[in-house]
Design a protein around this ligand. Structure first.
Ligand SMILES: C[S@@+](CC[C@H](N)C(=O)[O-])C[C@H]1O[C@@H](n2cnc3c(N)ncnc32)[C@H](O)[C@@H]1O
Length: 191
């Protein structure tokens, strides 16, 4: 199974200019005494702040071995032994974690890929009851310097509906005042 559509990345330094990752991770309820699964870690932009905000492990998955190596290298450089970066095609093979193992999952800039509901079902399966999913994506109500084509760029309402179809419940929409180009959404596995 190939990389999801329009999932290529620009260079790392340029990508970092679009975000305030610490603020975004914190506003989307990542912090806590739990393990995290990140679907598509890319350069580890959000992996590292997530790892600093939880006591458990952050399993950072990506199909691209260079992204995984980069994330692992940064985690070592920052002294974060709780990052486990792994090459994995989570569309074809799932996350590989036992059901209910995670307290939080990250779906950041990924729900434009094919079959988002299947991905959200896998995210739900990975979450313990009451565990939360943080979702971000590029805004489509303004012009943005990057992001997938508007035809496949999901809106918050679409992601909420997909999440509900996958068995998650809505917690809140997070406008992300610390980031000009993105919106955030928090959902939860019922229970
Ligand atoms: C647009 S990037 C977002 C990266 C990161 N979440 C961020 O926001 O900085 C999407 C990432 O998902 C990865 N990806 C795409 N399809 C995948 C798949 N089927 N399995 C695992 N990773 C995938 C890509 O390699 C890419 O690194």
């Amino acid at each position: 199974m190939p990389k999801g559509r329009e999932s290529g990345m620009p260079d790392d330094a340029y990508w970092q200019t679009f975000f305030n990752p610490e603020c975004m991770v914190s506003r989307l309820d990542c912090a806590g005494d739990h393990d995290v699964v990140e679907f598509g870690c890319g350069y580890g932009t959000f992996t590292l702040p997530a790892a600093k905000s939880v006591t458990g492990r952050v399993l950072a998955l990506d199909i691209d071995p260079e992204m995984v190596a980069d994330t692992a290298r940064k985690a070592v450089a920052e002294g974060l032994p709780n990052v486990c970066a792994q090459v994995r095609d989570f569309v074809a093979d799932g996350s590989g974690v036992p059901e209910g193992a995670a307290g939080y999952v990250m779906l950041f800039n990924i729900l434009h890929i094919e079959r988002p509901v299947s991905l959200l079902q896998e995210a739900r399966r990975a979450l313990r009851p009451g565990g939360k999913a943080g979702i971000i994506h590029w805004r489509s109500d303004i012009q943005t310097p990057r992001g997938p084509s508007l035809e496949i760029r999901p809106t918050p309402d679409q992601c909420r509906a997909w999440g509900e179809a996958a068995g998650l419940e809505f917690v809140r929409l997070e406008p992300l005042c610390c980031c000009s180009w993105h919106w955030g959404l928090v959902m939860r596995r019922p229970g």
